[in-house]
Design a protein around this ligand. Structure first.
Ligand code: ADP
Ligand code: MG
Ligand code: MG
Length: 218
């Protein structure tokens, strides 16, 4: 039924929106510990816009060009609608992953192709935010996702299980950010108030990636 709706990217983003919406208040609560408390609202608003954009763009074949175009549209819409630090970063993540896939027109999206695109998107997110691993940002979940996806590609795993395995690593890494003190963004201005609380952006990213894995698994 993907073909009757907006295609695979739309289906993945619908699953992510559903999962993140269920945690909207909790994400706001995490962000209120050392930030301004708007992360849940922002990311839900952004994902709604991304879902609509992916629906309009469609991605009815598994071709890298079609999937990439839909991700690119979704990323732009997310960044515009979400606002905030995370909106721009999530927008770059989706958009740059899409841009990487588009270059491979004529190929179907396999684990190696996806891992390569996520790798370059990760670089764009790091550059945009100026954060490094350990600064307690969404990069602390994104980099383990990227690295696990690359390992999965090297071991010849299919893309569907590979995304789920990598999402599990991102989830563990997001939970582990509770032990860190923020060095980037608003939360860094308040000393160690956030020690013991996981990073909201890492947490929402892990929720999203988990939803992607589940939606792909069907
Ligand atoms: P804002 O801080 O503008 O209100 P959000 O509350 O939506 O934005 O998002 C906060 C999240 O954004 C943080 O938990 C962190 O994961 C991420 N973040 C903030 N600044 C950066 C940065 N410079 N690099 C990477 N991620 C960042
Ligand atoms: Mg905030
Ligand atoms: Mg804000």
């Amino acid at each position: 039924d993907e073909a009757r709706h907006g295609g695979v990217v739309h289906a993945l983003l619908v699953a992510a929106l559903d999962r993140v919406s269920g945690q909207e208040e909790e994400l706001g609560r995490l962000d209120a510990v050392a930030g301004d408390g708007d992360h849940g609202q922002g990311i839900v608003r952004g994902l709604r816009a991304a879902v609509d954009a992916a629906d309009r763009a469609g991605s009815h074949s598994g071709d890298a060009r079609s999937v990439g175009d839909a991700l690119l549209s979704a990323g732009t819409a997310l960044a515009d609608a979400a606002g905030g630090a995370s909106g721009a970063l999530y927008g770059a993540l989706l958009g740059e992953t899409g841009a990487g896939l588009r270059l491979r027109e004529g190929s179907s999206v396999d684990t190696t192709l996806l891992a390569d695109a996520v790798r370059s998107a990760c670089g764009a997110v790091a550059e945009l935010g100026g954060a490094q691993r350990g600064d307690k940002t969404l990069l602390d979940a994104l980099e383990p996702f990227r690295d696990t996806l690359t390992e999965q590609a090297h071991s010849g795993a299919d893309v569907v299980p590979a995304v789920s395995v990598a999402a599990l690593e991102a989830t563990k890494a997001a939970e582990a950010t509770a032990e860190l003190v923020s060095a980037r963004g608003r939360a860094s201005r308040l000393g160690a108030r956030d020690l013991g609380t996981p990073d909201p952006g890492a947490t929402s990213l892990a929720l999203m990636l988990t939803a992607f894995g589940e939606a792909l698994t069907g």
